[in-house]
Write a protein of this length. Structure first.
Ligand code: URA
Length: 236
């Protein structure tokens, strides 16, 4: 498929579209050996696009993984404190992968990783309102009032939250388990929402991201998304 060069470069995770446009203007990009100009398009299946003399990977070089992130792994590619990072778990994939959004150190569950930088940025952006469902265990009882606050939306120190969906509530001794679905992605959002209604989270696991389910994938294991799943993600 023919696409603008800046789009191809952004999809390859090389640069933002704006940065890519600058590189084109600076003459660092060629198509089939000819210097490219702004507005040029190419098809990576048939054209050879080079940036600083290095070929741009064809679209087949894209990887889309669904990982079950274990507790204790940092959602980043490198940690200055030397803690285990999620990319340690996908070393056999021959590409530099980025996590889509992030999970806290003590949160486990579904995390997407890809080297499709543009899709990663798009999916993680709050504007796209991708639904994420978490299985939470909280200390205390989810009273009807607490549930209503979560479902209506409440105010945190960084502003009001959108309404959340609460499902599958199950009391277990002094704890309550429930599923909570949000479509924002603020820092520690589920933990802070639950704390705001007096329910500290003692366990948090993401079990769904849009239409993708964690299923019975074991912690630390990943699977590649199939073509239909990737196409559906791009349509979100
Ligand atoms: N909400 C949280 O509080 N933590 C996460 O890791 C994800 C969502």
């Amino acid at each position: 498929m023919r696409e603008r060069l800046q789009k191809l470069m952004a999809t390859a995770g090389l640069a933002s579209r704006r940065e890519a446009e600058r590189w084109i203007a600076e003459g660092r990009v060629t198509v089939n050996g000819q210097p490219a100009t702004l507005g040029d398009a190419a098809d990576l299946a048939s054209d050879r696009v080079e940036v600083d003399g290095r070929p741009l990977a064809p679209a087949e070089g894209k990887f889309y993984l669904l990982l079950n992130k274990p507790i204790g792994y940092v959602t980043t590619a490198r940690d200055p404190q030397g803690r285990p990072v999620v990319t340690d778990l996908v070393k056999e994939i021959p590409a530099r992968l980025f996590p889509v959004g992030r999970l806290d150190l003590t949160t486990e569950g579904l995390l997407l990783l890809t080297n499709d930088g543009e899709l990663a940025n798009r999916l993680a952006h709050p504007r796209h309102e991708v639904e994420k469902t978490y299985l939470a265990r909280v200390r205390g009882i989810l009273t009807p009032e607490a549930r209503q606050s979560l479902e209506r939306g409440l105010t945190l120190e960084d502003g009001p939250t959108a309404p959340a969906r609460i499902e599958s509530v199950r009391a277990s001794g002094s704890h309550t388990w429930f599923e909570i679905t949000i479509h924002e992605g603020r820092n520690r959002q589920v933990r802070r929402m639950c704390e705001a209604v007096g329910l500290p989270v003692s366990r948090l696991k993401r079990i769904r991201f849009a239409f993708l389910e964690l299923g019975d994938l074991r912690p630390g294991r990943f699977r590649l998304l199939n073509r239909a799943e990737v196409a559906a993600l791009k349509r979100l």
